[in-house]
Design a protein around this ligand. Structure first.
Ligand code: ZN
Length: 295
């Protein structure tokens, strides 16, 4: 297992972590500058931030600063109600792939979607099995597009509390079953993003991470870290800084590294009441310190 205690060369910042400081949006160019100024070598930007800054301008800034990506957020949201919405989903995912290629991301992260309409507060039905079937079909389709572009896809299982509105893939076992069905043998084109916040509670976690490492190429394409606070007061925007909660992050990192993952550990914290209320530079400095001590 790599020693993170002396430097932060394997730290990546998911740009949502400092996107909205004290209600003042930090535009992506500012975030990239602030990361590079601290010797942070990688980031994972969100599509809306890239769209606001401009795709070509973002690619140029990344190159000028020598910043790599640890992933691109995000594709997915595959569930639909009719042919028109299915076509819209596919168009959007094709664009996400092209952007990921332009930014030279190591993978496009997929948040697969829940019941159609649920994120807007109007679920179209109660059939989560149908939603899961649509997700499998959507990933099968996107995988062909992704192979043509040589852009790996990383399925991110989300905590079951998001099954209705964000992702009906909720465990690593589910995600790996899809990988095995759609990419038998493990070509490297399809894998998983292991987000500590979403999977830390899973009694099968260790076994499934070992399974992810069994093929010729590791299925683990990304590692996202933050912490689970006790109590957690908001389902979406109360993630903790590493070391402030109950997740044994070094143990988890040891498992994914034993499964062949050797990439960045990406800090992804949505924290409306705490970290988003602080000065962005303080947040980044804290990420660096905790990454050394707690990851
Ligand atoms: Zn994540």
């Amino acid at each position: 297992m790599r020693d993170f205690s002396h430097d932060h060369r394997w730290l990546s910042i998911n740009t949502a972590t400092v996107r909205n400081q004290r209600g003042q949006p930090w535009p992506l160019p500012r975030i990239l500058d602030a990361c590079a100024a601290r010797g942070i070598r990688a980031v994972a930007p969100w599509r809306d931030q890239v769209a606001a800054a401009g795709l070509a301008a973002t690619a140029a800034q990344l190159k000028a600063l020598g910043l790599a990506l640890s992933g691109y957020c995000r594709g997915g949201m595959f569930t639909y109600t009719d042919d028109a919405s299915r076509a819209a989903v596919r168009d959007d995912n094709r664009r996400a792939l092209d952007e990921a290629c332009t930014l030279e991301a190591p993978c496009l992260v997929l948040v697969v979607g829940g019941l159609p309409g649920a994120l807007a507060g109007r679920p179209a039905h109660r059939d989560i099995e149908r939603a899961r079937t649509q997700v499998a079909e959507g990933i099968a389709w996107l995988l062909e597009e992704a192979r043509a572009r040589r852009m790996p896809l990383a399925i991110e299982p989300l905590h079951p509390m998001y099954a209705a509105d964000r992702a009906c893939i909720n465990t690593l076992a589910q995600a790996l079953d899809l990988c095995d069905a759609l990419d038998p043998g493990g070509s490297g084109a399809l894998g998983v993003a292991v987000d500590a916040y979403h999977v830390w509670w899973d009694p099968q976690l260790r076994r499934q991470i070992e399974r992810a490492g069994r093929g010729p190429v590791s299925r683990v394409l990304a590692l996202h870290v933050c912490d689970w606070l006790v109590p957690t007061t908001d389902l979406l925007e109360d993630r903790g800084m590493m070391g402030d909660g109950v997740i044994d992050l070094p143990r988890l990192r040891g498992w994914v590294e034993a499964a062949g993952f050797a990439g960045y550990s990406e800090v992804e914290i949505f924290s409306r009441a705490n970290w988003w209320q602080r000065e962005g530079g303080e947040v980044l400095d804290t990420c660096i310190e905790r990454h050394r001590r707690c990851v």
